[in-house]
Structure formats: structure tokens, C-alpha cells
Design a protein around this ligand. Structure first.
Ligand SMILES: Cc1cc2nc3c(=O)[nH]c(=O)nc-3n(C[C@H](O)[C@H](O)[C@H](O)COP(=O)(O)OP(=O)(O)OC[C@H]3O[C@@H](n4cnc5c(N)ncnc54)[C@H](O)[C@@H]3O)c2cc1C
Length: 450
């Protein structure tokens, strides 16, 4: 069979485009080189659906962020992915800078922006230090689980006829009579058009298709995750700087608190967390808030922003018009994903037909959920098995965690990881030692010990 489209990269951008193409009734295959979707930037970010006041007016970032914010709520509802429109504030004492942000937001089409102070600011951010007097309030900002969003977009695509191939390593590509032949994993896939949404792997994929490459830069952002609390009820940003939106405090859609990210330019893709990064977060957060519950710290992680200039690149290749190039999708890429997908599919690929009605995904929760495996997040055996046997199966410990939150709680899998490994091994009919944490090389257990 010759697919209409192949989408390369299973982050939130690739999965949103894959979903949209399936909605248009196109035959489409999504290729991801890792054993699960959403293992790149999409798994390690703030999970914010930004309002859209931050991006330079007239940029693709501004256009896609504001439209993406509008589209996300309904899409999340259809996909059964939790989304909360909790709002955001940018706090500071430089009233002129806050007003400039408000004006830029209004120019970008963001609704409901206002400058707040006094009692209103106190009620929005009760733990804010008293010497911080003003804030720009953006009620349209929201929270989503970025990895669940991407997984659900792909899963709905698969339920409705799309094909998703994980752990797919492309070896080489040929183009014959207008059809791409993609060789990898001992098979050949044929497709008429290609979307390169491989994030940090963009240039590698571009080389295979002989299309444009861009100078890609990496900027690491480290975070602290706190156990669930109501320390902040909405996202609290500082005033932005040249390095980005700054260190924020935000609830996640699941009720945890995220502190971060830092912004550090690095030479190569490297998701380590560092003492220096974590100290920076603690020192900034302590200077902005009272009552910071740092004793609830349960994890640190980092994510890598991938950029190739100030704005996103979303365009047809000049070297091969059958390839769409999507590069440098740093923040607000998550917020923009549905709008980027809409633009790519309708404007660049000219698929103008009505979206077809989609068969809804079921999700993994069920009643009764069976024996509780993850006590912190109260996740039952049957829910974990539903994730392992889903249309896009969760075959690793972290893939299970992203879908049902088993291992996301206070003990971070200390109590339940072995039981989860056993369920994966049993359901996939593999040896316990073959179960991986995340990537193909991340063994957890070894036959005969070390
Ligand atoms: C610290 C941080 C905070 C952020 N906060 C926010 C936020 O709050 N709100 C917001 O809107 N945005 C935020 N962003 C930006 C957002 O996370 C990204 O824009 C978005 O996740 C990019 O998605 P993507 O699909 O382009 O890339 P990725 O998620 O990186 O996906 C690319 C995929 O391609 C795969 N791949 C690579 N090479 C190949 C290959 N050869 N073959 C097959 N597959 C391949 C990778 O494995 C990966 O799964 C943040 C980013 C960071 C790093």
C-alpha cells in the first residue's frame, strides 16, 4: 500500500498532524524511533497552554499560540484528556513592562487580559511576597498533560485507521516516480508526502530526504516537582527576559506543583539535572513566594528546548515540495500544536475536506480497577493492563506511567515498579529482564544480577 502521508516524530507536533490527517480521511503512518510517543521535549515541559501574550506580534509563534489555545479545550474534551483553564499571571513591579505585555497580548488577539494589584492579586496568588505589587492576569491560559495529549492524539488516529510504528529506525530513503520508499526495521514503507516533525532529530531526518537543514540550538530547562498541594492555584511567571519566560510556579493538571524551568544554553542534547540549576530555582522561588513547600519535593527533571532562530519553521521544502519541514518548535509549541496541525494540513497540504466523525478513544480507567498497584496515585491493575493492551501499547515502565500515572506519586515508583514490570512482562509475554524503563537500552533487571 502507498500511504498518502508519513509523519516522522511522535511528539505533540507529529501526533497532532497525524490526527488531523486521519480526520481528513487520509491514509497516514506515524514513525517514532523510541519505544513510546512523547519521549522528547513533549514529555518534559511546563504543561501550559499559554494565553499568547509573550510571542512577538506577527510571528508564527503568536499566531499559532492564540489559535492553539482556542482549539485545545474542545480537542482535549474529545480525546478525554484533562485540561483546566486556570489562568496565569506575570508578576512584577515594573508596571510599564507589564502594560507593554498586555498591549502585545491584545495585538496578538488574547482576550481578557488585565493588570491587577491589591486584593485581587492577593486572592489570585495568596503566597506571593508582599513587596510584589502588580501582575498581568491572563484568564485564558490553561494546563494540560503534554504527554497524554500527544498519546491521545495518536491513539485516536490509530483507532480511526492511521498506523503508528514505534521503535522505527529509518535506515535510508529513496524516491521513485513521486513515491518515497522508506527502509527501516526490515520493511519498506511507501508514501507520497512526508512531514518532518522529528524535533531534535530534524536535521538527521532532513539528511535522509535531502531537504534543508537548520542550525539547531539546545537550551536546557530544569524543574523541581512537588507533591500535590494548593501552593499556587494558577501559573505565576516573572517578567520575561531575553532567555525566555523565566522560572515559574504552576500547578499541573494533575495537582502537583512545578517549579522551573531554568534556561541554560548547552552544546549537545543532555537532560541531566544539576545542583546549580536546582539552586537557581530554589533561590528565585524563595525570593518571590512565602510558604514554599520545598519539603514536598518528589523529583527533578529537565527538558531541552530546540530552536533554529527566533520563530518556528513551518514550511514546504524548497528542495523537495513533497516534504513539509517543521523545525525549531520550542515554547509555545505545546500550546500551538493543534494550530500548527491545522495550518500544515489545510494551508500547506491543501486538504480542505470536512473533518470526518471520529470513533472516540476509551481511555484506560475502569470500574472496578482491580488490585491497587500504585498506592500513591491509586492506580489499579486493570487500568495498567488497559494501557499495556491499548491501541498504541504501553510497553515500558515510563509508557505506563505517562498513561495512568502509576509511579508518578510521592514514592516515584519505589513501591510499585516491580509489580508494573511483572504486569508488562505477563501481558506482553516477555521475560521480566526484558522490560525497559524508557529507551531500548534502559534495562531495569539483569539475569543473574550485575
Ligand atoms: C523546558 C521546556 C518547557 C516548555 N514549556 C512549554 C509550555 O509550558 N507550553 C508550551 O506550549 N510549550 C512548552 N515547551 C515547548 C514544547 O515542549 C515543545 O514545543 C514541543 O513539545 C515540541 O514538540 P515536538 O513534537 O516538535 O518535539 P518532540 O516532543 O521532541 O518530538 C520529536 C520526536 O521525534 C522523534 N524522532 C527524532 N528523530 C527521529 C527519527 N529519525 N525517526 C523517528 N522519530 C524521530 C523523537 O524521538 C521525538 O519523539 C517547553 C519546552 C521545554 C523544553
Amino acid at each position: 500500500m502507498i500511504f498518502d502521508y508519513v509523519v516522522i516524530g511522535g511528539g505533540v507536533i507529529g501526533t497532532a498532524i497525524f490526527n488531523k490527517l486521519v480526520r481528513k480521511g487520509k491514509t497516514c503512518v506515524l514513525l517514532e524511533r523510541e519505544p513510546d510517543l512523547a519521549t522528547g521535549a513533549t514529555k518534559a515541559n511546563s504543561g501550559l497552554i499559554h494565553a499568547g501574550f509573550d510571542a512577538e506580534s506577527g510571528s508564527l509563534k503568536a499566531k499559532f499560540n492564540v489559535r492553539g489555545n482556542e482549539l485545545t479545550e474542545n480537542l482535549a474534551k474529545e480525546l478525554k484528556v484533562p485540561f483546566k483553564r486556570t489562568g496565569a499571571v506575570v508578576v512584577g513591579n515594573d508596571l510599564e513592562k507589564l502594560k507593554a505585555l498586555l498591549e502585545r497580548g491584545e495585538k496578538n488577539g488574547v482576550r481578557g487580559l488585565e493588570i491587577v494589584e491589591g486584593d485581587k492579586l492577593k486572592s489570585l496568588v495568596p503566597n506571593l511576597k508582599e513587596d510584589i505589587k502588580y501582575a498581568l492576569y491572563a484568564p485564558s491560559a490553561g494546563l494540560i498533560s503534554p504527554y497524554m495529549f500527544a498519546i491521545a492524539l495518536a491513539e485516536e488516529g490509530v483507532i480511526n485507521g492511521g498506523v503508528c510504528k514505534l521503535s522505527f529506525e529509518i535506515d535510508r530513503v529513496e524516491q521513485k516516480d513521486g513515491v518515497f520508499e522508506i527502509f527501516g526495521n526490515n520493511e519498506v514503507l511507501q508514501a507520497r508526502k512526508v512531514i518532518n516533525s522529528a524535533g531534535a532529530g530534524f536535521n538527521e531526518v532532513s539528511k535522509l530526504f535531502k531537504t534543508e537543514e537548520f542550525p539547531i540550538k539546545f537550551r536546557r530547562g530544569e524543574y523541581i516537582v512537588l507533591d500535590k498541594s494548593d501552593f499556587v492555584k494558577l501559573t505565576v511567571f516573572p517578567l520575561p527576559t531575553a532567555l525566555g519566560k523565566g522560572i515559574l510556579a504552576t500547578p499541573t493538571v494533575d495537582g502537583n506543583i512545578l517549579l522551573g524551568p531554568t534556561a541554560e544554553d548547552i552544546e549537545a542534547f543532555n537532560t541531566e539535572t544539576t545542583e546549580c540549576g536546582i539552586d537557581k530555582i530554589i533561590s528565585y522561588i524563595n525570593s518571590t513566594f512565602n510558604n514554599v513547600p520545598l519539603n514536598k519535593n518528589i523529583r527533578q527533571f529537565s527538558g531541552i528546548r530546540v530552536s533554529c532562530g527566533e520563530d518556528f519553521v513551518v514550511t514546504e521544502s524548497k528542495l523537495n515540495p513533497n516534504v513539509i519541514l517543521i523545525a525549531g518548535i520550542n515554547s509555545p509549541g505545546l500550546s500551538s500544536a493543534p494550530a500548527i496541525a491545522e495550518y500544515v494540513v489545510e494551508e500547506l497540504l491543501k486538504e480542505h475536506s470536512e473533518d470526518k466523525p471520529m470513533i472516540a478513544r476509551k481511555g484506560y480507567t475502569c470500574e472496578p480497577a482491580g488490585k491497587i498497584i500504585c498506592k500513591c496515585e491509586k492506580v489499579g491493575e486493570k487500568e495498567i493492563e488497559n494501557a499495556i493492551n491499548a491501541p498504541i501499547p504501553a510497553t515500558t515502565v515510563d509508557a505506563v506511567k505517562r498513561r495512568v500515572r502509576a509511579g508518578m506519586g510521592r514514592c516515584q515508583g519505589g513501591q510499585c515498579m516491580l509489580d508494573i514490570c511483572k504486569l508488562i512482562a505477563k501481558n506482553l509475554n516477555i521475560e521480566l529482564e526484558e522490560v525497559k524503563k524508557e529507551s531500548a537500552k534502559s534495562n531495569i533487571m539483569f539475569k543473574g544480577g550485575f
